[in-house]
Design a protein around this ligand. Structure first.
Ligand code: SF4
Length: 365
């Protein structure tokens, strides 16, 4: 059920208070955090496809719990986390904290440090799934989160909401470090204010010395996101980013693993963009052998992007990819629960962790 729910999304009887939802931004978006069967999942709510989903939830009761239906039949209860307390605060220079960072899942603070990207404004270079400019246009965020903004939000979110990790991504600036310097300054400021596990996410920089600097500043993990694995899919879906060849990612991964350790280097793979099952599984094999965690998520199109009407991957496709990769991760001793920080540790945007658990249970039988 979780695989299907995450691919198809959810229709709601009424819009819940759920400020844990997010629309627009970098990477997979238009999701809301829900709790089903003891797991917290990010589920598409605001997409075109979710309006056609077989899943429907009633309005939540006073405790925040609702009934989840599949094609009209009740299948489970579902709950929606309350908006976090830090959303009520403002920074020392008057920026509402909800514009600086969002709560993801139930315990992760997440921000896009630079809400712009050199590739975004040009159709010939922009990633077709990306909506990094939308939330800025709608004034749901600010263009640049200064280090002191991040430090102040982190302090409040840890104290009032029990946040356990901070995921910092960035649009790619027009500098050869690919945003590593901005992330370095951000991590250093947050670590000076509060002790928090941090993952940074950027494109591979020109100088791999940035991995050591980021680690020394206090980053526990790094994500460098391939998004798609086959050259023809990469060129079609993300013509600018595809100019950074897969081989360069592999070189950067190998170097980063030396610094952050196995599993604390990861990459997003968006299943459903056109890559074959075989290509995703064989690339994942290569990544795991290098010590890189392939965080495979179902591609969910964001409203307002060129791919907004792209069909989500079907459940059989997702299961046929996640099952073998879950087994490989168990074999490698590199499962989500062994990681220090980041999306792969949070796991709410993919059901890969549940496939790891199944693979482990099968072994223990
Ligand atoms: S997996 Fe990453 S993007 Fe998804 S909710 Fe967790 S921290 Fe956010």
């Amino acid at each position: 059920m979780q695989v299907e729910l995450q691919s198809h999304g959810l229709r709601l009887e009424t819009e819940t208070a759920g400020a844990s939802g997010r629309q627009g931004g970098a990477g997979p978006s238009d999701h809301k955090a829900v709790q089903v069967d003891g797991s917290t999942l990010m589920v598409p709510i605001y997409t075109a496809q979710s309006g056609e989903s077989p899943y429907f939830a009633t309005a939540p009761n006073e405790q925040g719990t609702a009934t989840l239906y599949r094609e009209g039949e009740p299948v489970s209860s579902i709950s929606f986390p309350d908006p976090p307390a830090f959303y009520e605060h403002t920074t020392s220079d008057g920026v509402p904290m909800w514009k600086v960072a969002k709560l993801h899942s139930h315990n992760v603070l997440a921000t896009t440090v630079l809400q712009n990207c050199i590739r975004y404004d040009d159709r010939d270079t922009a990633c077709q799934f990306c909506a990094i400019g939308q939330s800025l246009e709608a004034q749901r965020t600010i263009a640049y989160k200064w280090p002191h903004h991040l430090a102040e939000v982190a302090e409040v979110a840890v104290a009032e909401d029990g946040v356990e990790q901070f995921v910092m991504t960035t649009g790619t600036p027009n500098t050869s470090d690919r945003g590593a310097k901005l992330l370095y300054e951000s991590v250093a400021a947050v670590q000076e204010a509060v002790d928090l596990d941090i993952q940074v996410q950027c494109e591979p920089p020109d100088d791999f010395g940035w991995f050591e600097r980021l680690h020394e500043a206090g980053a526990d993990a790094i994500g460098m996101h391939m998004e798609a694995v086959e050259p023809k899919v990469r060129a079609e879906i993300m013509p600018g980013k595809a100019k950074v060849p897969v081989d360069y990612y592999m070189e950067a991964f190998a170097d980063a693993v030396e610094v952050f350790g196995r599993g604390n280097v990861s990459t997003y793979i968006l299943a459903g963009l056109g890559d074959s099952k075989e290509a995703i599984v064989s690339t994942s094999r290569e990544l795991i052998d290098l010590g890189v965690y392939p965080f495979i998520v179902p591609f969910v199109p964001i409203s307002g992007t060129p791919l907004e009407n792209h069909s989500p991957p079907d459940d059989d496709f997702m299961a046929s990819v996640l099952a073998p990769v879950g087994e490989m991760l168990v074999d490698a001793g590199m499962t989500s629960d062994t990681l220090d920080a980041g999306c792969a540790k949070c796991g709410a945007c993919s059901t890969l962790r549940s496939f790891e658990e199944k693979a482990r249970a099968n072994r223990d039988r």
